[in-house]
Design a binder for this molecule. Structure first.
Ligand code: FPP
Length: 226
C-alpha cells in the first residue's frame, strides 16, 4: 500500500520535560531536534512528504515566554538544520498564517522556501501558526476575492496553503491524546490515524516502524468496498 505522506502531531514535549524536572521549553528544544531525525528516517523509507504541526493558531494562548521560545527555535535552529540537511535535498515549505507571526519569522520562512525550492527528494511541510479551520477560511477568502465560480472538491485544494502536497496517508499523534486538534481538516478526510503513548521527544525509529506496519495492515477503501 502506498505511503507517500506522513503528518505528525508532535505532542507531549511539556510532559516529557516535567517528568525530568526540566522546564517545558526544554521539551520543545528536544522536540525540535527530533524533527530532523524523523525527516531522515522517513527519507530512508522512501516517504517523500512529511508535515509537522509546529505551532497552531491556538498556541498563542500559551505563556508569552513559551510562545517566544518555540518561535525562537525556528529562528535560531533553521540555519543549522538547513546546513545539515542540504545534501539530503530537503525542500522546506511553511503552511499557516505566517505573515501574522511578524516580519522577522515571515522573512525567514520565505528565505528558506526560496533556498530549497529546487530540492525535491524530501518535502518537509512545517505547519506554523496553522489551523485547519483558518486554512479553509483563507481558501474561501481567496475564492471570493477572485470572484471564482465552479469550485469543486478537486480545485478547492488549489486554494489551500500547500496545494502540491498530496493528502496525508497517515497522521501520527504522540503522547496518548486522540484527537486532530484542528490539524489538516480538509486533507485528513481519508487519512489513517495512529496514536502512540510516547512523548514526542521520545519518538523513535522503532515507533515509526510500528506506525508504518500498522498502516500497512489497514484496508483503505476511500468509501468504496474493495
Ligand atoms: C506539543 O507539546 C508541542 C508543541 C505545541 C510545539 C511543537 C514544537 C516543536 C517540537 C518545536 C519545533 C518548532 C519549530 C517552530 C520548528 P506540548 O507542549 O503540548 O506538550 P504537553 O501536552 O505535554 O504540554
Amino acid at each position: 500500500m502506498s505511503l507517500q505522506h506522513i503528518a505528525f502531531i508532535m505532542d507531549g514535549n511539556g510532559r516529557w520535560a516535567r517528568k525530568r524536572n526540566k522546564p517545558r521549553v526544554y521539551g520543545h528544544l528536544k522536540g525540535a531536534y527530533k524533527i530532523e531525525e524523523v525527516v531522515r528516517w522517513c527519507a530512508l523509507r522512501g516517504i517523500r512528504y512529511t508535515t509537522f504541526y509546529a505551532f497552531s493558531t491556538e498556541n498563542w494562548k500559551r505563556p508569552r515566554t513559551e510562545v517566544n521560545f518555540i518561535l525562537g527555535l525556528l529562528e535560531n535552529k533553521i540555519s543549522e538544520f538547513y546546513e545539515r540537511m542540504k545534501k539530503e535535498k530537503v525542500r522546506l515549505i511553511f503552511s499557516g498564517r505566517i505573515k501574522e507571526i511578524g516580519d522577522k519569522i515571515f522573512n525567514i520562512c520565505k528565505e528558506y522556501e526560496e533556498k530549497t525550492k529546487n530540492n525535491d527528494r524530501i518535502i518537509v511541510n512545517m505547519a506554523l501558526n496553522y489551523g485547519g479551520r483558518a486554512e479553509i477560511i483563507d481558501a474561501v477568502r481567496k475564492i471570493i476575492k477572485g470572484k471564482l465560480e465552479n469550485i469543486d472538491e478537486e480545485n478547492f485544494k488549489d486554494f489551500l496553503y500547500a496545494p502540491d502536497i498530496p493528502d496525508p496517508d497517515l497522521i501520527i499523534r504522540t503522547s496518548g491524546e486522540k484527537r486532530l486538534s484542528n490539524f489538516l481538516l480538509w486533507q485528513s478526510a481519508y487519512s489513517e490515524l495512529y496514536f502512540t503513548d510516547v512523548y514526542w521527544p521520545d519518538f523513535s525509529e522503532e515507533e515509526l516502524d510500528k506506525a508504518i506496519e500498522d498502516y500497512k495492515k489497514r484496508k483503505r477503501r476511500f468509501g468504496g468496498i474493495q
